[in-house]
Design a protein around this ligand. Structure first.
Ligand SMILES: Cc1cc2nc3c(=O)[nH]c(=O)nc-3n(C[C@H](O)[C@H](O)[C@H](O)COP(=O)(O)OP(=O)(O)OC[C@H]3O[C@@H](n4cnc5c(N)ncnc54)[C@H](O)[C@@H]3O)c2cc1C
Ligand code: SF4
Length: 329
């Protein structure tokens, strides 16, 4: 590991200023991703700005019925919060489907959203990777790509985003609160992560040095009937092979509102707007859910080793929506 300077700022303004002091400076939250990447030589920060003591650890019910989650709230605390469990079960389930108890006790809301891809070539400094080192190529494109994207990939990068929490937040139309050298701004969750295009080295639209201070989840009464279904190789401690976050609002069996997002299929959490359009205003049936998933997945371009993801995502879409519809009946 390279030597680095370590700072523990007292407030957000100091944190943002300190980050600007390093050429490859990074914020340190739970460290569960960043420290691993430093050990592998993939991340090589010269300055670490520890955000753990910043006053960003609160979960607040908002007057409009929404929720504000501070950036340093631990994944385990967010999953256990009574308002989250009651009003946004999709969030609690996504969080509990991730990593392990110990990791969730350290991992933070901000760090989870900005964790890097688990593409094995990205983590191996001996392999070509445009995300780690722009212009070197993509070893995964014609290599081992079972865990990688089926939607919206480019020849430059076929990686997926690994966060489960991000998928649920995209389905809920959450907003990310950010502070940078130019002051505070807000970014809709659905716009936070990028498609890879010609610049896969950039995971998000955030400018360098931007600090996530919190996430706002809007009020959505229908989200009381919501869920997250994740398929993975092991029952715990494993990233998704495919996942779906779903909110379903039925009125006498007819879909009044629906929110769907997919994980582990693209470089960003994937909002399934085509599927939602197929479902809205129609009497719900499992067959309709299958038609909706097919509409969304029509643009899928599986790689050599991951064609299984198309029927997998279709099947979990049908299953999660059917379960939600049965609860409503
Ligand atoms: C074995 C294992 C299994 C896992 N399984 C899953 C899984 O199934 N699903 C899943 O979703 N995750 C999984 N994870 C990933 C884990 O959830 C993430 O490592 C964790 O959420 C990252 O949060 P952190 O606070 O530790 O971030 P850190 O490691 O501290 O930081 C991650 C990145 O975010 C940046 N950052 C942190 N906070 C901020 C902020 N406030 N503003 C701006 N930048 C910031 C850091 O600079 C760094 O680039 C797993 C991890 C491991 C090791
Ligand atoms: S898929 Fe992306 S992260 Fe993986 S090797 Fe290719 S460029 Fe790197």
């Amino acid at each position: 590991m390279r030597a680095f300077r370590y700072h523990r700022p007292a407030d957000v303004a100091e944190a943002v200023t300190l980050l600007g002091a390093g050429t490859e400076a990074a914020y340190l939250a739970g460290g569960t991703n960043l420290v691993d990447l430093m050990k592998l030589g993939v991340a090589r920060p010269d300055v670490l700005v520890d955000v753990n003591r910043l006053p960003l650890g609160g979960i607040e019910a908002l007057p409009d019925g929404g929720l504000r989650v501070g950036a340093t709230v631990r994944n385990s605390d967010l999953a256990a919060h009574p308002v989250v469990r009651r009003d946004y079960p999709v969030l609690a389930r996504a969080l509990l489907a991730a990593a392990s108890g110990q990791l969730r006790n350290m991992a933070t809301t901000g760090g989870n959203l900005l964790q890097r891809t688990r593409c094995v070539y990205f983590q191996d400094t001996g392999k070509a990777c445009n995300k780690r080192e722009p212009g070197t190529g993509c070893a995964a494109r014609h290599g081992q790509n079972r865990d990688l994207a089926i939607l919206d990939w480019s020849e430059q990068c076929v990686a997926t985003h690994p966060s489960d929490l991000a998928v649920a937040l995209v389905a809920l139309d959450a907003v990310v609160e950010v502070t940078g050298v130019d002051g505070p701004r807000e970014v809709p969750m659905v716009e936070l992560h990028r498609s890879p295009g010609d610049h896969p080295e950039r995971d998000t639209v955030l400018p360098a040095g931007a600090l996530i201070t919190g996430v706002r989840v809007p009020p959505l009464p229908a989200a009381r009937r919501s869920s997250y279904l994740k398929v993975r190789d092991r029952a715990s401690f494993a990233f998704a092979a495919g996942s779906v976050a779903a909110v379903l609002d039925l009125d006498a069996g007819v879909v009044r509102d629906v929110r769907l997002a997919y994980g582990a299929v693209a470089h960003r959490p994937w909002r399934a707007l085509r599927a939602e359009a197929e479902l809205r205003g129609r009497p719900f049936t499992p067959e309709l859910a299958a038609v909706a998933a097919d509409a969304e997945l029509a643009s899928a371009r599986p790689l050599r080793h991951n064609a299984f993801k198309v029927p997998l995502v279709r099947a979990i879409t049908v299953r999660v929506l059917t379960e939600l519809a049965e609860v409503a009946a």
